[in-house]
Design a protein around this ligand. Structure first.
Ligand code: GDP
Length: 406
């Protein structure tokens, strides 16, 4: 009997030990999935989840395997986990360029002007310096002005003024002549015209600038350069790529924007320019941007077509508030043709400022005078090259100095 009881006790102990082993082995089987030793993301510093969103799934795992955190070998893997995480961060921050300051740009770029404008400024000075200012010489002076696209009326006015003043002067020293010519050219260009590009709305919404002009004049380039001018002056900018007609225009504008950290609102190719312009201003308001610049398409197919298109863009944008500036971009090398374009655009929208591009590539700087006269609107900016900062605020004095030298 005793033997029987002893056998029973032994049997029970044996069963208990076996079942304990089974439970224990189950526990061990459960561990590996929750504690994979090869999960470096687990030990990644808490900073990592802040850096990349990909850390989410891994972020769950540390809670399951607390002991993993303190495992020495896991810790040694931490730097390895950090290294690849740091790399994708670098390209995420695009390189933002710092544009050149805008003050004095025209003076810095004057060499570009004087190179192409010698026939105007220096030519006039040479003629005025002749010993005998006879009728033929005055005719040559007139011819020089007309060739430089100054325009018939302003040329006549200038010649009359110069004649009068030279007569009064009597003897002429080169310095006196230079000073006299400078004064008269500056006067006819208009030193007192307000040439500030209006980029402040006066309320707490962004200033809105619309850029118009015939395609090929440098409109998109100018919009991009203007964004840089504004950024250089400490303003934040949103770009509206409403030139949906020219295939590459939106990409081109976006590239300009990215270089200075300005967002570009764009739509599908051939999309509705007005709705893109509307969205751009909406984005500008949402972002709290200082200025919204809207590039438009300049198809001179028919005047009515242009009027419909630009008129609609303007009307739609004005649902947010009034436009602060409408800049007309004109290619200075196109001379009379440019003036014809200016007239058409002025009939379609109220131009408030002119941008003369490619002044580096023409000797016909007189277009500044002619186009202001034609539209009664100031030249506010001039393009002096293809470089990103080759757009300068226009100043009458600096312009004339570049023409005649000082
Ligand atoms: P859009 O069709 O009017 O938008 O014209 P783009 O902006 O594409 O410019 C047409 C061409 O003119 C490009 O090759 C520009 O680099 C060039 N361009 C624009 N402004 C100037 C300038 O001031 N000087 C020179 N030399 N080229 C310019």
């Amino acid at each position: 009997m005793d033997i029987l009881i002893l056998a029973l006790v032994i049997a029970l102990v044996a069963v208990g030990a076996i079942s304990g082993l089974v439970v224990g082995s189950r526990k061990k089987k459960q561990l590996p999935p929750t504690a994979p030793p090869s999960t470096p993301t687990i030990t990644a510093p808490p900073a990592e989840p802040h850096v990349g969103e990909e850390a989410e799934p891994g972020a769950q795992e540390p809670r399951r395997t607390i002991e993993e955190v303190v495992l020495p070998d896991a810790r040694t893997q931490a730097p390895a986990a950090e290294a690849p995480a740091a790399e994708p961060e670098a390209p995420a921050a695009p390189e933002i360029e710092v544009p050149e300051p805008t003050a004095g740009r025209l003076v810095r770029l004057r060499a570009r002007l004087s190179r192409s404008q010698n026939s105007l400024g220096k030519g006039l000075l040479t003629l005025l310096s002749r010993e005998h200012l006879d009728e033929d010489t005055w005719e040559e002076i007139e011819e020089t002005l007309l060739t430089a696209d100054v325009g018939v009326m302003p040329t006549q006015e200038l010649v009359d003024r110069l004649r009068e003043r030279v007569k009064v002067l009597g003897t002429r020293t080169p310095e006196e002549l230079r000073a006299l010519l400078r004064e008269e050219l500056v006067a006819i260009i208009g030193p007192d015209m307000d040439r500030t590009v209006k980029t402040e709305s006066g309320v707490d919404t962004p200033g809105v600038v619309m850029v118009v002009g015939v395609n090929g004049t440098g409109k998109t380039t100018t919009t991009g350069k203007l964004a840089r001018v504004l950024v250089a002056d400490g303003r934040s900018v949103v770009l509206g790529a409403a030139d949906t007609f020219r295939a590459a225009a939106a990409d081109q504008l976006q590239t300009w924007g990215e270089r200075v950290g300005a967002r570009t609102v764009r739509g599908p190719e051939g999309g509705d320019p007005a709705s893109i312009a509307f969205d751009a201003v909406k984005e500008g308001i949402a972002e709290g941007a200082d200025v919204v610049l809207i590039d438009t398409a300049g198809r001179l197919h028919t005047k009515t077509g242009l009027m419909d298109e630009l008129g609609k863009v303007k009307r739609v944008v004005e649902k947010h508030g009034p436009l602060d500036e409408i800049l007309l971009v004109l290619d200075a090398t196109t001379g009379q043709n440019g003036l014809v374009q200016a007239r058409v655009f002025a009939e379609v929208v109220d131009i408030t400022g002119i941008v003369l591009t490619k002044l580096d590539g023409t000797a016909k700087g007189g277009i500044v005078i002619a186009v202001q006269r034609e539209l009664g609107v100031p030249v506010k900016l001039v393009g002096l090259g293809e470089g990103p900062d080759d757009l300068a605020p226009f100043e009458a004095g600096a312009f004339v100095d570049a023409l005649i030298g000082d």
